[in-house]
Design a protein around this ligand. Sequence first.
Ligand code: NAP
Length: 285
Amino acid sequence: MILITGASGRVARRTAALLAGRPLRLMSRDPDDVPRLEDAQIVRGDFNDPTTLDAAFAGIATAFVISGQAPPGKRALLHKNAFEAAARARVQHVVYLSLKGSGPNALYPYCRDHYSSEQFLAQTGVAHTVLRMAFYLDMFLGKFDQLGVIQGPGGDGSGAFISREDAAQAAAAAVANLPGGILDITGPELLSVADVAHRLSVATGRVLHYRAESAEQTRRRLSQTGTPELAQDLEVGWFQTIGAGEQAPVANDYRRLTGKDPQTLESYLTAFPKLLDILHKAQTP
Ligand SMILES: NC(=O)c1ccc[n+]([C@@H]2O[C@H](COP(=O)([O-])OP(=O)(O)OC[C@H]3O[C@@H](n4cnc5c(N)ncnc54)[C@H](OP(=O)(O)O)[C@@H]3O)[C@@H](O)[C@H]2O)c1
């Protein structure tokens, strides 16, 4: 039996669909939000409430633990609850959705938090695969303002961004494989923020561009719109980790795991054209 946590989420739904036909148990804080799949069990479970986790992990051979939602620092403690429940249930393989660039001194706060999660997972002794996903290409789409500008302290650094679809493809393959340790799941090429803006311009026919800022400029701009300090830290860290090359280099683990090439920006948007709606909406005066 395979467990997928956070089953109402986007990567979880797609991973479950890719694994349909195998014995599946889908865990969610809100089971009503989980898409129905033939023969899949649905169970309520919340990393915040360890009493729900023992029932969710009972009888599971492989668990795909999707990182949940909480501020950096607190989030790793949620994952610790999940890993400890997996150990109590003698789960044979935990696949954990982590982030590329994870490390104790990473510039993006969630990369530091994922590193702590990975340490907690290793401490349980459960055999595991850690999927360090590069930033999703999707994340760029929501960062352009009304004038078609994406701005932040990313300098001219580049990253090997991956599609959310390929994140799910990698997860489905990892779940079906033996434990593989820490894997870097990246897209096929290195792109700077300016490159992404340019390639999206070509794909959409809209004028989109990148304006590099210093971290101080970004904080000042965000402060003026009343953005809370934690959200400022996350926005600044997101760009800085790209600027510092923490989302690079391109890795071969996606190909080894799935036997396929990861999608380019263009092939992803061709397959999922509705993704561009957010960009079109942002630019409608
Ligand atoms: N690499 C990147 O650029 C990038 C970008 C965004 C996110 N991510 C990571 O990738 C993960 C999957 O992405 P996604 O787009 O599928 O995210 P998503 O749609 O937001 O799904 C995340 C799911 O996490 C579950 N969750 C939240 N708090 C939880 C808790 N306390 N206990 C158990 N489950 C909890 C929720 O599922 P239920 O409501 O069903 O419980 C939620 O639907 C995210 O969770 C995030 O960690 C990575």
